[in-house]
Design a protein around this ligand. Structure first.
Ligand code: GTP
Length: 306
């Protein structure tokens, strides 16, 4: 999720714009233009780069973070640093009178800003600790955002493959389960793609709720999820998949447009991780098992209807 700095962080954005403009006006009001020969272009490039980068950091913070104490400390901290850096940059063009108060205004905000940024980083560390605990059920020890599905917040196939690889190397027994939503394309056609996305999100939450802390839940493809169950017996793996199936079957998903409850049916398949397998053969064997089950279910359904 991205935030709009002008709506989600109106006060902070206004504070940063005011800091920047006050540095410009202060310099322009008090300074005297230097002669062309006195201008150091190399200094301008270096100091201009610092101002530009601090403005980029502030924009990234405002766009990426929700309103919070951490965001305020970080943005104001970097903003004060940007204020000092802007004054520093502008005095390459404008000679400032040698007032004590002016040199304080130029030098004090930077260390104060760094202090506030450090406080913000400390709170960020605490916040991250809480978030890491929340994420424990979604990841093992890797954090690579490009491997996370933006719809469900679960890791994608690529991540699961790397965890399977690690499990195979460690020779620990593990089971891999696949869960495929039945007739998801019909659901999409009937209620729209965004309701489909919402259903995928709700299913992800239910999967996480039904899995143990040590399991890794991933969205493998479109409507197919996979669960890696480390140090698990066949009996435990089967029980877990049955619990997931049951939980989804009785979950009354309310479609926004009709407010009617929809119950989801899934097809599941299980395979044991074996040192003789490699990641690709394991996932493709599980996939073909799933396809076979789906086919059998469709044949049985047709026979029942006839
Ligand atoms: N809403 C939504 N739909 C998606 C997404 N990714 C894939 N899909 C849809 O998921 C559907 C998967 O179709 P199929 O593989 O035929 O699955 P199915 O309709 O459940 O059929 P069976 O699995 O055979 O019961 C397709 O309609 C895709 O368009 C997504 O991120 N969001």
């Amino acid at each position: 999720m991205r935030f709009n700095p002008f709506t989600s962080h109106r006060l902070l954005t206004n504070a940063i714009i005011s800091l920047f403009l006050s540095a410009v006006f202060l310099s322009a009001y008090l300074g005297e233009l230097k002669t062309y020969a006195d201008i150091q272009w190399l200094d301008i490039m270096g100091e201009g780069g610092i101002v530009l980068m601090t403005l980029v950091w502030i924009s990234v913070l405002l766009i990426s973070r929700p309103p919070s104490k951490v965001t305020t400390y970080l943005v104001i901290g970097v903003g004060l640093f940007m204020f000092s850096a802007t004054l520093d940059l502008l005095d390459e063009w404008l000679m400032h009178p040698a007032h004590q108060w002016l040199s304080w205004i130029e030098s004090l905000p930077a260390p104060l800003g760094m202090l506030l940024t450090s406080v913000g980083l400390y709170y960020w560390h605490q916040e991250q600790y809480v978030l890491n605990r929340q994420l424990r059920r979604r990841e093992v020890h890797l954090r690579e955002h490009d491997k996370v599905c933006s719809v469900t917040g679960l890791y994608k196939a690529q991540y699961l493959d790397s965890v399977i690889n690690e499990q195979l190397i460690s020779t620990q027994p593990f089971w891999l389960g696949a869960i495929d939503i039945r007739d998801f394309s019909h659901f999409n056609n009937e209620f729209g793609f965004s309701e489909g996305d919402r259903l995928l999100r709700e299913i992800s939450e239910l999967l996480l709720m039904n899995c143990r802390l040590s399991d890794v839940v991933c969205r493998y493809a479109g409507d197919c999820f996979m669960v890696l169950m480390p140090a698990t017996t066949e009996q435990q793996a089967k029980e877990l998949m049955a619990q997931i199936k049951g939980a989804l079957k009785y979950c009354a998903f309310k479609v926004e447009a009709s407010k009617k409850a929809r119950f989801q049916h899934v097809t599941t398949a299980l395979i044991q991780g074996n040192v003789r397998n490699n990641t690709r053969t394991l996932t493709s064997q599980l996939h073909s098992q799933l396809q076979q089950k789906k086919y059998q279910q469709k044949v049985a359904q047709r026979a029942y209807l006839c």
